[in-house]
Design a protein around this ligand. Structure first.
Ligand SMILES: [Ca+2]
Ligand SMILES: [Ca+2]
Length: 182
């Protein structure tokens, strides 16, 4: 009886082991099927960043060679087809105007745009500024609205650009920013 019992037990264990093996094989084959059905890996997204570098007055005689009191806003937009992602890089109001002289002044602002690989060929980045200058009380001079459009395909290594605002007589402001592809 004991021999038969032992034999039966071995048979049971063996058949369980086979069953588990079959399950495992089935699971592996299923996961292989899933792998094969996956679409090819898409190209990774590409990031582009815009960073303000500095601002300075290149002409200041219209202000009596004093500092310009600059305010307004600077934006960066990513345009793909008719879609525009518009971000604020920097802004300040009249009361908190930035003192700009013929020496470099620090100006802070940065944005990063993430673009699908297939959209890079048709996309562009526009950096635009609308700056004004305060002369006390209600006297405000318009320094100008300026922008530069760059196609994304033209952006590779970090490169600096300059917007020049010269609408006010003898009061010219140059803004430098950097654009790079990561
Ligand atoms: Ca002024
Ligand atoms: Ca002025």
């Amino acid at each position: 009886m004991k021999t038969i019992n032992a034999f039966t037990t071995i048979r049971t264990v063996l058949s369980r082991a086979m069953f588990i093996s079959l399950l495992t094989l089935a699971a592996i084959s299923c996961s292989n099927d899933e792998d094969e059905e996956q679409a090819p890996t898409p190209d990774p997204d590409v990031s582009f960043s815009v960073q303000l570098v500095k601002i300075r007055a290149s002409e200041i005689s219209g202000e009596g060679n004093d500092a310009l009191e600059v305010f307004g806003e600077i934006t960066a937009s990513l345009n793909i087809g008719t879609t525009s992602d518009n971000r604020l890089l920097w802004s300040t109001d009249l009361e908190n105007n930035l003192s700009v002289t013929e020496n470099d002044s620090q100006i802070s602002g940065a944005v990063t745009f993430t673009v699908k690989a297939e959209d890079v060929s048709s996309g562009s980045i526009v950096v635009a500024g609308d700056l004004q200058e305060w002369d006390g009380g209600t006297f405000i001079e318009n320094l100008g609205q300026e922008s530069i459009t760059l196609s994304l395909t033209s952006i590779s290594s970090p490169q600096e650009f300059q917007l020049t605002f010269s609408d006010a007589p003898n009061q010219t402001v140059a803004l430098t920013y950097q654009v790079s592809r990561q």
